[in-house]
Design a protein around this ligand. Structure first.
Ligand SMILES: C=CC1=C(C)c2cc3[nH]c(cc4nc(cc5[nH]c(cc1n2)c(C)c5CCC(=O)O)C(CCC(=O)O)=C4C)c(C)c3C=C
Ligand SMILES: [Fe+2]
Ligand SMILES: [Fe+2]
Length: 347
C-alpha cells in the first residue's frame, strides 16, 4: 500500500491558530475548549488576557514568519516543496488549506506540528483534525504525514540552550543566574498518563540544562485550565517560584518556556505578566528565555526532519537517552479518555 503512494509534493505547517481582533476572542476560545472540561469562569478569565492585547494573539503572525523562514530554508537547500499552513482553532482552518492544496494539485504532504512534545493536544488531536478535514474535502484530499517529534533533535536542544545562555547573560552583570526553571503547558493527569509528554519534557530540559552549563533545573507547569477537583500536572510556575524563594532566596531566575515554540499569549500573559509581576514583588531578578520563533537552527531542524523523511534515511539525528521518536504514530498514540474516534488518516 505504502509503495503505491504518490511522492511528497508539499509541506504543511500545522498549528493552533489565534484570534486577530476583539470579536474573534470568544469564538476562538469556544473552538479551543470544545470537548474539554474547562469551567466557564476560566474561559472568561482567559478572554480578558486576549482582550488586554487588543484581542490579537501574536501566534498567527509568528506562524506567517515561520512559514517564510521555512520556505527560504527549503529554497537554499533544494527542497522543492510549496509551503502551506492550517490551524485547529482559527483561520486558515485545515479544511480550507487542504482544499487549496487539492486545487493546486497536491497529493501528499509532509507536516510539521508546532508542538514539540507528544500528548493528545499536540499529536493525536491534530491528526484527528486533519482526518476530519480530509473527510470534508473528499476522496482526493491530500495525504498528510507528520514528521517525528523533534524534542531531542540536536538543533532544537542547541536553539534552547543558546536562548538559556543568552537569558542568563542578560542577568549576569549584577546578579547570578542560580535558578533555571523550564515551563510547559499543564495538562490533566488523565491526559499525561496516556502519552510521553512528561518523559520527553524531562529529557529536553536535562539536555538543554547540560548544554547551557546548569547543574540543577526544574520543570514546572503553566496555563492550567481545569476545574479545581481535576488533577493537572504540577507544580504551577508561580507557586513554585514563591515556594522555592521561601526555602532559599533566589539570586537570579531564568525561565525557559520549553513547551512552546513561539511567544504567543500564554507566554506573554502567564510568564511576562503574571510570573514577572510575582518576581518583582519578591525582588527576584528574572530573565525569560526566548522561544525558538524563527531561530535559524530551529528552522534548519524542520528542514532536516523533512529531508530525512523524503530520503527515507536511517540517519535520524537525536541526542540523549531516548533515541529518534517514531515517524508514524502507533494506533494507541496519545489517546485521551474519554476515548475518541481513532485517528487513522493524517498519519
Ligand atoms: C486539556 C488540555 C488543554 C486545555 C484545556 C487548554 C486550554 C487552552 N489552551 C490555550 C492556548 C494555547 N494552548 C497551546 C498549547 C497547548 N495546549 C495544551 C493543552 C490544553 N490547553 C497543550 C498540551 C499544549 C501544547 C501542545 C500544543 O498543542 O501546542 C498553545 C500553543 C500552541 C502552539 O502551536 O504553540 C496555545 C496558544 C487556551 C487559550 C486555552 C483556554 C483556556
Ligand atoms: Fe492550551
Ligand atoms: Fe503520537
Amino acid at each position: 500500500m505504502r509503495d503505491n503512494l504518490p511522492p511528497y509534493d508539499s509541506f504543511l505547517l500545522v498549528s493552533f491558530g489565534g484570534p486577530e481582533g476583539p470579536d474573534d476572542v470568544m469564538p476562538y476560545l469556544e473552538n479551543v475548549l470544545r470537548g474539554k472540561r474547562v469551567p466557564r469562569e476560566r474561559m472568561l478569565e482567559v478572554a480578558q488576557h486576549y482582550q488586554s492585547f487588543g484581542g490579537v494573539s501574536p501566534i498567527n503572525e509568528q506562524n506567517r514568519q515561520l512559514m517564510a523562514a521555512i520556505l527560504s530554508e527549503f529554497r537554499q537547500h533544494d527542497v522543492d516543496l510549496p509551503v502551506y499552513w492550517g490551524n485547529r482553532n482559527w483561520k486558515p482552518y485545515f479544511a480550507e488549506t487542504l482544499q487549496q492544496m487539492k486545487d493546486d494539485g497536491c497529493r501528499r504532504a509532509i507536516a510539521f506540528f508546532t508542538s514539540m512534545f507528544s500528548c493528545y493536544s499536540g499529536c493525536r488531536q491534530y491528526r484527528e483534525n486533519i482526518a476530519e478535514a480530509q473527510a470534508q474535502v473528499g476522496p482526493d484530499a491530500p495525504i498528510v504525514e507528520k514528521v517525528r517529534m523533534g524534542f531531542n533533535h540536536p538543533h532544537f536542544i542547541d536553539t534552547l540552550a543558546d536562548s538559556v545562555r543568552q537569558a542568563a547573560k542578560s542577568l549576569a552583570s549584577d546578579h547570578v543566574a542560580d535558578t533555571l526553571m523550564f515551563t510547559a503547558h499543564s495538562i490533566p493527569n488523565s491526559m499525561a498518563d496516556n502519552c510521553d509528554y512528561v518523559l520527553q519534557l524531562n529529557e529536553t530540559c536535562r539536555l538543554v540544562a547540560e548544554a547551557a552549563g546548569f547543574e540543577t533545573w526544574e520543570l514546572v507547569f503553566q496555563s492550567r485550565s481545569g476545574p479545581p477537583q481535576q488533577p493537572w500536572l504540577e507544580p504551577d510556575v508561580c507557586d513554585r517560584i514563591e515556594q522555592k524563594h521561601r526555602e532559599s532566596p533566589i539570586g537570579g531566575l531564568v525561565l525557559m518556556p520549553v513547551g512552546f515554540v513561539s511567544d504567543h499569549m500564554e507566554v506573554l500573559y502567564d510568564l511576562d505578566d503574571e510570573a514577572a509581576t510575582l518576581c518583582k514583588k519578591l525582588g527576584i531578578p528574572l530573565a525569560r528565555a526566548a522561544t525558538p520563533g524563527t531561530a535559524p537552527k530551529f528552522v534548519q531542524m524542520i528542514r532536516e526532519l523533512v529531508q530525512e523523511r523524503i530520503a527515507n534515511s536511517d540517519q535520524r539525528a537525536a541526542v540523549g537517552k531516548l533515541g529518534p521518536w517514531h515517524d508514524v504514530c502507533p494506533q494507541d498514540c496519545c489517546l485521551y479518555t474519554p476515548a475518541r474516534r481513532p485517528a487513522s488518516a493524517g498519519r
